[in-house]
Design a binder for this molecule. Sequence first.
Ligand SMILES: [Zn+2]
Length: 393
Amino acid sequence: MILAQLTRRRAHDSTLTKSRYNVLLVLHKFHYYPKLTASGQYPTFAQRQRLYHQDANYMMPLSTQETSSTQPASAGPIQNGSTSSLSDLAKTNLIFQSGSHQQTYTLETKTTSIHRLTDLPDADAQLFKPASNPPPGAQIFALTTEATIFHPQGGGQPSDIGTLSTLPEYGSNQEGQKFFEVAMARTSATNIGTVLHFGYFIDESIAQPGPSSLPVIQVVDSDKRHLYSRLHTAGHVLGTATRSLLEDKIEDFDELKASHFPDAASCEFKGSIDGKYKSEIQTAVDQLVDKDAEVRIGWWRKEDFRNRGLERLLPSDEVWTQIATQVDESGDEVEGSTGPDDEVTRIRVVEIVGFEVYPCGGTHVPSTKGCGKVSVKKISRSKGTSRVSYLVD
Ligand SMILES: [Zn+2]
């Protein structure tokens, strides 16, 4: 499909959401641009770069954030013990949150800044606890990018790990050149909404702290991501199954926080759940997995929660203001919306269709069967709350 056709289709086909359009554009870039020259030659790397930048629609974000290539310098000259602010950096476009990108493991984007770990504000530097072990003595950096496919640690879900590569140059392999290992991704503590990709350089010639605008390909470790998505979705399944079973049997029952780390996955509930319920919870979990219910990502207004009788899931007004954005129900940006925040802003939810809804920013498998076998391990109780731990095979 050539770009003009794709653009025309975007204009007339309402089912071609912006996020799906972006995916097609990425495919188009990789598979079409290399065939562009009239003489039948592959374009040079510089020609590809020009084509990439000429396409104004390329990677239009899901949010309305400006790209940060024109942002003022945030790192500046490096000084020992510097606590340079990250506040000038634009929010990162969280591609992994799009319903159509739950199983997307690569992304073409651009760097926006490079910081040494030691130059970050303390609150950001302290976030780094590597999910993979850097080589001894490796100097740790934090890279920011316009968009990311890396799920940062949060909401009970571990960080993705992976690599950053330069764009493929003619004559090189299809994956470009790996130049950075991402050992952990976290959301900045000093600039909420900007994702820090912590790790170390394989190619140290690129390790130039300061503002940066390098086209890169992000690749996440797909095996780990898939495991984390299964564990995370299994947490929703366990919560749903336990609620359906015990909501009417246990006083003050409610779902609390959850953790989806391998070997430490558990859901916490308000109320005391007796150990005798373990086999019944297991049966309810198995039934919900077997039903293969769709796990659907959506974006809801406050009104949508009220219409479904799910006010209990609404975050506080303060939290709503922090996390709600002006997008449509698919998470695609909307332009020109005005009105009270409550009416035009939405938060991301995951719906186990026909069963339960959770406000959630994590990554999921497409249906409950994708969790595989979920085994309830143990029920423990403490101070009026109960913890149900589980494993996936
Ligand atoms: Zn979730």
